[in-house]
Design a protein around this ligand. Structure first.
Ligand code: CAA
Length: 263
């Protein structure tokens, strides 16, 4: 049950080694209320700890990945409440503290906090008609879950400024063209099929190598190039201490398929 039962999401293992979290608050287009985020946190932590799971897919419905933070919940919040409770802080922990790769499969709306949640994931696949955007400016506020930072790193400053200052939506097709999404699909069904296929490929590799790969790529977002390259080399060196490096390279030399130890 991966920490369930849950009210606002479901957890499944649609392919061997692949854990899927499906956001399910259809009446509010998966608006990310605090109890939903708590459940997401719990589900992701359970999947991260589950030894049979090698990769995680996070998705919503064909209509909405998530239409943002819950505006009705936020509306009456005061500065003191937001500041003292570190409102939203737990969001970035949730995806960024997970060691296994998280693939966002985005159909429909990914707005505000929904767009930011997708950007926190390790890669984004979407439908070409998906609707992304940071419309916080229209509500008299700014992105609060990393959008101004992650979107800017993804699309560059000028385009990020345009999107965040106007609140203009952008399509899945544009998201792919600008490097926000890795790939687009023509329907929700094809998107899920394609995402699960990639997730299954990843889950078939050595767990330790996959986690290390995620870690080093994500470091590139935080570190200067020289530090990032050095960090990568340290991790690369450390993997000579893993069983799977020996298994993988021996199998290549012997023209065999590697049987990973996952240690
Ligand atoms: N919060 C709370 N409820 C939301 C919501 C949100 N972000 N988005 C949609 N809903 C609710 C609507 O209030 C509506 O509920 P009722 O039936 O009770 O009225 C229901 O979901 C269906 O929505 P609509 O009737 O509006 O559906 P639509 O198809 O006409 O429009 C939409 C869809 C364009 C996505 C529109 O719902 C919309 O603009 N939503 C808000 C998007 C937004 O501004 N998101 C950013 C939030 S701020 C944020 O996220 C801060 C941050 O950085 C962390």
């Amino acid at each position: 049950t991966y920490g369930g039962p849950y009210t606002y999401l479901s957890v499944s293992e649609p392919r061997p080694g692949v854990g899927q979290v499906t956001l399910s608050r259809p009446k509010a287009l998966n608006a990310l209320c605090t109890p939903l985020i708590k459940e997401l946190n719990t589900a992701l932590r359970h999947l991260d700890r589950a030894p049979q799971i090698g990769s995680i897919v996070l998705t919503g419905s064909a209509k909405a990945f998530a239409a943002g933070a819950d505006i009705k919940e936020m509306a009456p919040l005061t500065f003191s409440e937001a500041y003292t409770t570190s409102f939203i802080e737990s969001w970035s922990e949730l995806v960024t503290a997970i060691k296994k790769p998280i693939l966002a499969a985005v159909s429909g709306y990914a707005l505000g906090g929904g767009c930011e949640l997708a950007l926190m994931c390790d890669l984004i696949y979407c439908t070409s008609t998906a609707t992304f955007g940071q419309p916080e400016i229209k509500l008299g506020t700014v992105p609060g879950a990393g959008g101004s930072q992650r979107l800017t790193r993804a699309v560059g400053k000028s385009k990020a400024m345009e999107l965040i200052l106007t609140g203009k939506f952008f399509s899945g097709e544009e998201a792919e063209r600008w490097g926000v999404a890795a790939r687009t699909f023509e329907s929700h069904e094809k998107l899920m099929e394609g995402t699960l296929e990639t997730a299954q490929t990843i889950a078939g590799y050595s767990r330790v190598a996959v986690m290390a790969a995620k870690e080093v790529v994500n470091k590139s977002q935080d570190l200067a190039l020289r530090d990032g390259v050095e960090y990568e080399r340290r991790v690369f060196h450390s993997l000579f201490g893993s069983e799977d490096q020996k298994i993988g390279m021996k199998a290549f030399a012997e023209k065999q398929k590697p049987e990973w130890a996952h240690k």
